[in-house]
Structure formats: C-alpha cells, structure tokens
Design a protein around this ligand. Structure first.
Ligand SMILES: *[C@@H]1O[C@H](CO)[C@@H](O)[C@H](O)[C@H]1NC(C)=O
Ligand SMILES: *[C@@H]1O[C@H](CO)[C@@H](O)[C@H](O)[C@H]1NC(C)=O
Ligand SMILES: *[C@@H]1O[C@H](CO)[C@@H](O)[C@H](O)[C@H]1NC(C)=O
Length: 373
C-alpha cells in the first residue's frame, strides 16, 4: 500500500485536567443526556487524535515513538501518541463503553475485533490544507479518506456487506484538525499569507471541511463530530515563537481571536451540513472553551503550570517536540501541567476535555432531530 504523505506541521491539541476534577465533572453530568450506543469510533485528523499512524510513515516529520512520550500510558511505553498517556479517541471509546484504546489503522497486526470497533486514520502534523500535510510528510485528509475506504473493504470481509454498513452508520466519526494549518501556514511560516487574509484562509479550510464531511457521509457515516480550534495563542510554542520574555509569557490574543472567528463559522457550516445531509447528525465540538477554562483557572483542575509543557516549550529539532534532550518534568508531575509538550495537552488535560466533549455531544444529539433513516 502506498501511503500518500502529505503535509505539514506541528500539532495541535490542548487541554488538561486532573482525575479529581474529571470525577467532579462526571458526577455533575446531567443524567438524562445519555449517549447512544455507538458501534465503533472512527477518527480523522492530526496529532490530537493520531494514536500511532506516523510510526509507520518513514518520512513523517513528527513522531512520538520515543521517550519521554507515553510515560503515563498503561504500558509506560511510547506508542506514537503525542502526550504522556491516552488521547481523546481512547477516552471517548472508553466513555462510550466500546474499548479502552483506539488503534492506528496502519498498525500491521490489527485483529478483526480491532477493526469492528474502530480505528484512527489521523496523522500528526496534517491539516485540511494539503500544503500542511506536505510540510509534515503526514497523511493528508484525502489520503485518510482513502484509508477509510480500505478499512470498509476489510470490515465487509469480516462481517459481510450489511453488517459492515450498519457498523459504519452506527459509528461515531470524529474529526480533529485545523490548528496546524494556522500555526504553520499562517502564523509561523506564513506561506499562505501571500494568498489569503485570515478570513479568506478560514473560508478555504472550511470548504475542505465541507468536502470531508460529505465524503464521510457518502461512505455511510451518519454521526459526524468536528472539533473546533483550540485557543492557538495559548499553545506554549506560540508564546515561544513570539519571543516573549520568559517571565511574562501570555496567550497571543490575536491568535485566540482567530480561533474564535473560525469556530463561529465552523459551527454554522456544520449546522448547514446537518440539515442538507438526510439522516445525518453533524455536531460541532467546542474544545476552545474547556481548554481555555483549564488555562485560566488551573487550580480548579489541579494544574499548576499552563505556560510551558512538562517536557518543553519550544521546538527541539524538526523531528521532535520533546526528545532525550528535553526530559519530562517527571511522570508523577505531568498532571500538574495543562501541556505535555509545547503543543499538546497532557493526558490529564485530555481526560478532562473528553468528559466535557462527551457531555457536549450528548446534549447536541439529544436536541437534534432523529435521523430520518
Ligand atoms: C445500550 O446498550 C445497553 C446494554 O446493551 C442497553 O442496556 C441500553 O438500553 C442501550 N441504550 C440505548 C440508548 O440504546
Ligand atoms: C505483529 O505480529 C508479529 C507476529 O506476531 C510480530 O512479530 C510483530 O512484532 C507485531 N507487530 C506489532 C507492531 O505489534
Ligand atoms: C465544558 O467546559 C466549558 C468551559 O468550562 C463550560 O462552560 C461548559 O459548561 C462545559 N460543558 C459541559 C457540557 O460540561
């Protein structure tokens, strides 16, 4: 199989939280907003949801298959996940009662049961803009859809056509991307600024989101959740790139405003797509507010440090956000940090985020009109 490599850049992600805080959030969840029984989880996107596909791309710029990544993973080993432990797809699959870990589709030894309950096609460094995937030598979104096609072929061979169709229709499909597009092509490398103003680039990316959602729908996906942008200006790497005085680091406000205006447009687009795609549920996932909440009120969630990652606040070298030269703050200390590296949340933060996002989803699905069939 030839994997197309595409695009670009760093990563994205966000969020934080502490177990105790997560427990509190769970206990306050509204009991009448329950999630349906999904058959599987199917994931598209960037490093926020790449559970290890880049391990199998020899030229990928961004990899997390080395220490200190994975220090708090159940095995204590790096897996390719860009954090100290589990990522959003893992927490989601677990909240939904499907499984504990979502494997990367490129893993060579996927069992039939792995396939039946869902996989991730995501690739660290990618984005909606093909230029982003090219810069990062990551799997572009078009290529992720091609992998989804291969996945469906295997699913059919395991279950038969009808059951495979039901599995895809009953799956939760989640998409998380976009931050790399802005970080690399707009804010830091500025490649796309020659062609687009901010609003124009947002619209360019949103046209890609629309195409992706329609392709997923045409392949049978019916519940599709698309994540918005995080507060990009609060990623430690963005504060570093702005050459801020280390003692006075603060979120880059204009970049946060850019995320907000993109998110407002995305939310509208997804509502429009839901009404035009019969029987679909297309939900917006607000990662901005819960992440910013953790950054703004860290102690509420047990966090101490919000402005640098547990293993660094810059780009160590092209291939690594953290490596042996940037040892972590210590695996027990990671839960004091919102960010694990200069871009990605700690697993603790992801867990808090996952709880919030699953509640958002339950509420979005309970208010949406049921699929017409
Ligand atoms: C989901 O499955 C469980 C166990 O099979 C069942 O008890 C429950 O009623 C189902 N919920 C929905 C919303 O279908
Ligand atoms: C896949 O299975 C083979 C044979 O059991 C084993 O040698 C290999 O290490 C496995 N690969 C992974 C990534 O687990
Ligand atoms: C998610 O987090 C945001 C920001 O803290 C909060 O306003 C919102 O109520 C939370 N949503 C849910 C469903 O917990």
């Amino acid at each position: 199989m030839h994997l197309p490599r595409t695009a670009a850049a760093a990563t994205t992600a966000l969020i934080i939280i502490i177990l105790t805080a997560a427990d509190i959030q769970i206990s306050t969840a509204s009991p009448n907003q329950q999630l349906p029984n999904f058959t599987a989880v199917i994931i598209f996107g960037d490093s926020t949801v790449d559970t290890g596909n880049n391990n199998y791309l020899p030229d990928a710029v961004f990899r997390a298959d080395h220490p200190p990544y994975g220090e708090n993973f159940p095995t204590g080993q790096p897996t390719g996940r860009f954090s100290d432990g589990k990522l959003l797809p893992d927490f989601f699959a677990s909240i939904l009662g499907i499984k504990q870990l979502v494997p990367p589709f490129l893993h060579p030894n996927l069992s039939d049961s792995d396939i039946r309950t869902g996989v991730s096609f995501a690739s660290a460094g990618t984005g909606y803009d093909d230029l982003t995937a090219t810069i990062a030598q990551a799997i572009s979104m078009d290529e992720q859809v091609e992998l989804f096609e291969k996945y469906v072929v295997r699913l059919r061979s395991i279950m038969g056509d009808d059951a495979a169709k039901e599995t895809v229709q009953g799956a939760l499909v989640a998409v998380s991307a976009g931050a790399n597009d802005f970080v690399y092509n707009y804010y830091d490398l500025m490649t796309r600024r020659l062609e687009f103003d901010l609003s124009g680039y947002q619209d360019f990316l949103l046209s890609k989101v629309q195409t992706l959602v329609k392709r997923i729908y045409n392949m049978g996906g019916r519940t599709i959740v698309v994540g918005g942008l995080p507060p990009i200006g609060c990623l430690p790497i963005q504060m570093t790139v702005e050459l801020q005085n280390p003692l006075e680091r603060r979120c880059v406000e204009t970049q946060n405003l850019g995320s907000q205006s993109y998110n407002a447009k995305l939310k509208k687009l997804l509502a429009k797509l839901q009404s035009s795609l019969a029987g679909s549920r297309v939900a917006y996932s607000n990662v901005y507010d819960p992440l910013l909440e953790m950054i703004t009120h860290p102690t509420k969630y047990g966090f101490v440090e919000t402005k640098q990652g547990c293993c660094g606040s810059g780009l160590v070298e092209m291939a690594a956000l953290c490596n042996a030269e940037s040892p972590s703050c210590g695996k027990e200390m990671a839960s004091n940090y919102v960010f694990w590296d200069s871009v990605h949340p700690t697993s603790t933060a992801y867990q808090i985020l996952a709880t919030n996002l699953s509640q958002q989803l339950a509420s979005a699905l309970s208010s949406a009109s049921p699929p017409s069939s």
